[in-house]
Every structure is written in C-alpha cells, then in structure tokens.
Design a protein around this ligand. Structure first.
Ligand SMILES: [Zn+2]
Ligand SMILES: [Zn+2]
Length: 91
C-alpha cells in the first residue's frame, strides 16, 4: 500500500492542484503510455508530464479529481489521448 493511499481514498474528490501532484507522484513521474520520465525538479521541456483525467474532463469544477480518474501522461501522449477522446465523443 502506498503512502498516498494511506491518506487519500481512490474515489475521494481532491482540489485540482493537489490531485495533479498526487497523480504524478503516484505514477512515478512516468508517462503511462510511452514511459517518458520527467524529473519532478527539472520538468524537462518541451516534453513534460501531466496529470490526465481518464474521463477526459479537465474542468476545474467538474468534481472528477479522484485518484481513480487520474493518469500520468507525457505532453505528447496527452495530446493524442484528447484527440482520441474527441474522436470517440463525435461518433
Ligand atoms: Zn508518453
Ligand atoms: Zn487530459
């Protein structure tokens, strides 16, 4: 059991900034799709990592900032993931 889960439930709705930090920390600062690693202290650009909402809704007030809905992606895979979500939404 990770330390994060000692403090936070998977389904608990968290403030957006805290959620993003926890998701990235839990994911080992590594993109879930391609394995790109970004040192949290250096944040290498142009390819960095972001905390992505699996349901595709990144709205601050959407109330979906739960660890279960969080996934670490690099900025490249993140753009692809949202393109994919948009494609699915228009079907
Ligand atoms: Zn990636
Ligand atoms: Zn996203």
């Amino acid at each position: 059991m990770s330390l994060i889960h000692f403090f936070f439930d998977d389904e608990e709705v968290l403030p957006l900034l805290l959620w993003a930090q926890l998701v990235k920390s839990r994911g080992g600062w590594t993109c879930d799709t391609c394995g790109h690693y970004d040192d949290p202290l250096r944040q290498t650009y142009p390819v960095g990592i972001v905390a992505h909402h699996r349901d595709g809704n990144g709205n601050r007030h959407s109330g979906n900032h739960t660890l279960a809905n969080g996934q670490v992606l690099c900025t490249r895979c993140h753009a692809a993931a949202h393109k994919q979500l948009r494609a699915e939404a228009t079907v």
